[in-house]
Design a protein around this ligand. Structure first.
Ligand code: NAP
Length: 435
């Protein structure tokens, strides 16, 4: 029998479990550990609440979760309740599928002012993540600056722009919906340190900005390169740039209450304010021969009472696990970290790609694990884990427990919404205990 522990129950974790099931059939036992009582990681806490169709992929993970040789072990923190070295003693392979839930930080003067958030906390807030449910971002100002030109910047700008009606059918956390409903936001400026050709935004997500009820995107035509240069772009990027051209050409945003301004060639150099952020000092950039941004020395100030940085993520460190500081992920070679210790998904390659990218990642890793562990080394596996956790008084949350939480969340949903999430761990536990 082979025993595999997967740390993290997001897409990378479940695709790896699925691949291990397919590769080893009945000759494997897989435990998927998660710090929280709820499975699916990024699907629940990262994917935007108004992108419900993307969340449907969880049904596929549920099928894996409900099979006999896979077990969800929720509410167990690796590094606190159990050390990674102990897991490695108990299992033939330990796979870190932790994702990259920490923000890459913007180390600028003023970054620590009140009102400045990384996307992990801001997205966590509107998605009801227990760690961020209480951050209470200030929405009493007219001006928000969103830093970064990726899809997360688009998610944040869109969530800040939507009307309450546009959240119908979403699972946005109630506290966020209430706060957004009374927000004073009028202008959301998306800062990109490079130009329209260098955006990391995909056309579907960018196109959504053009369809908002009470907000209109705005692009300065002079930021756009000559149209003929779009020919050199790959097709997806060409579509995105075409959308920016439409936004630049369309001047009918005036009737809408909010504006989403794209400010290109604009690199933040300082966050301004005394205690609370009041603005962002921006330096105009130009591109060098390799399309990298270079400051021109020209600066200007933008007002901002809320700043959200959307500049990428890092994996959390785990004691005893080699870490690549520069890349912000575990040090690994094709997913191998140490004998018996692996990583997959964002924890392996950094925060890039779509949810589907994690599928081949998981399958390839299982091929390597198969080469390394043979038929298994007679390890204790889940029986050993259970004994250790019981000794330590750690009560796990099983998949059946999660299903009770799931039912309770669906039962308390607002009309038309798929669920109303519990945002506190103790409420999740109480829900599965039926308290
Ligand atoms: P991302 O795609 O890597 O974009 C990060 C952005 O931050 C880039 O525009 C980058 O600019 C900018 N940036 C980095 N450091 C900066 C700095 N110091 N100052 C100013 N700007 C800086 O990351 P993401 O938006 O966090 O998305 C992560 C992954 O999740 C991506 O693969 C994304 O496509 C995916 N995602 C997908 C969806 C969806 O499909 N609906 C939704 C959300 C996220 P440079 O290019 O100049 O470095």
């Amino acid at each position: 029998m082979r025993h595999i522990a997967i740390v993290g129950s997001g897409p990378a974790g479940y695709y790896t479990a699925e691949a291990a099931q397919k590769a080893f059939g009945e000759d494997v036992r897989i435990d998927i550990l998660d710090r929280l009582p709820t499975p699916f990681g990024l699907i629940r806490f990262g994917v935007a609440p108004d992108h419900q169709s993307i969340k449907k992929v969880a049904r596929r993970y549920e099928k894996v979760a409900l099979s006999d040789n896979v077990r969800f072990v929720g509410h167990v923190t690796v590094g606190e309740d159990i050390a990674i070295s102990e897991l490695m003693e108990l299992y033939d392979a330990v796979v870190l599928a932790t994702g990259a839930p920490h923000d890459r930080t913007l180390d600028l003067p003023g970054s620590d002012l009140a009102g400045v958030y990384g996307s992990a906390s801001f997205v966590g807030w509107y998605n009801g993540h227990p760690d961020f449910a209480d951050i209470d971002p200030p929405l009493d100002g007219r001006d928000v600056v969103v830093i970064g030109n990726g899809n997360v910047a688009l998610d944040v700008a869109r969530i800040l722009s939507k009307t309450t009606q546009e959240f119908a059918g979403s699972d946005i956390a109630r506290h966020a919906l209430d706060a957004l409903e009374t927000a004073a936001t009028r202008t959301i400026t998306i800062l990109g340190r490079r130009g329209p050709h260098q955006i990391a935004m995909t056309p579907k997500e960018l196109g959504e900005l053009g369809e908002l009820e009470n907000a209109a995107p705005s692009v300065d035509p002079s930021d756009l390169p000559p149209e003929a240069q779009d020919e050199g772009l790959e097709p997806g990027q060409r579509k995105s740039v075409a959308l920016l051209r439409d936004f630049a050409a369309c001047a009918d945003g005036a009737g809408k209450g909010k504006t989403i301004m794209f400010d290109f060639f604009a690199s933040p150099v300082e966050l301004l304010g005394e205690e609370r952020v009041e603005g962002v000092r921006v330096e105009r950039t130009e591109l060098d021969g390799e399309h990298r941004p270079r400051g021109t020395g020209e600066t200007y100030d933008l007002p901002a009472q809320l700043v959200v940085t959307c500049i990428g993520y890092r994996s959390p460190r785990i004691e005893g696990v080699p870490y690549d500081e520069g890349a912000g992920r575990f040090a690994n070679e094709d997913g191998r970290i140490l004998p018996g210790l692996y990583c997959v998904g964002w924890a392996r390659r950094g925060p890039t790609g779509t949810i589907g990218t994690n599928r081949p990642d998981g399958y390839e890793l299982v091929d390597r694990i198969a080469q390394d562990i043979g038929a298994g080394a007679g390890k204790a596996g889940r029986a050993g884990l259970d004994a250790l956790l019981e000794e330590r008084g750690v009560e796990i949350v099983t998949f059946a427990d999660w299903q009770k939480i799931d039912e309770a969340e669906m039962a308390r949903a607002m009309k038309g919404a798929p669920r109303e999430k519990f945002v506190r761990v103790e409420d999740m536990i109480a829900a599965h205990r039926g308290e």
